[in-house]
Design a protein. Structure first.
Length: 83
């Protein structure tokens, strides 16, 4: 059970890191771009179905993607139940 709890916590950290990196414009050839792409490979398969259901929140000329927040809340609830 402790392994599952640790995996959920680790995935929460990965999702949070993906959120932080997405806030900044990173050039294609920058080393952080490789990290961003690696995080996307891990997080995006879970976010894609959520993005189909949860539309972005429009705020003036920008849109806020709420799916990572919903994923973090879901992981936190799962962690509360399992751990």
């Amino acid at each position: 059970m402790a392994l599952l709890c640790n995996l959920i916590f680790l995935y929460e950290l990965v999702v949070f890191a993906r959120i932080l990196i997405d806030w900044f414009q990173v050039p294609f050839d920058h080393p952080v771009a490789k990290l961003r792409d690696a995080l996307a490979l891990v997080v995006d398969p879970v976010l894609r179905p959520l993005r189909r259901v949860i539309p972005p929140l429009r705020m003036g000329g920008m849109a806020l993607d709420l799916s990572p927040l919903v994923l973090l809340i879901g992981l936190s609830l799962l962690q509360g139940i399992v751990c």
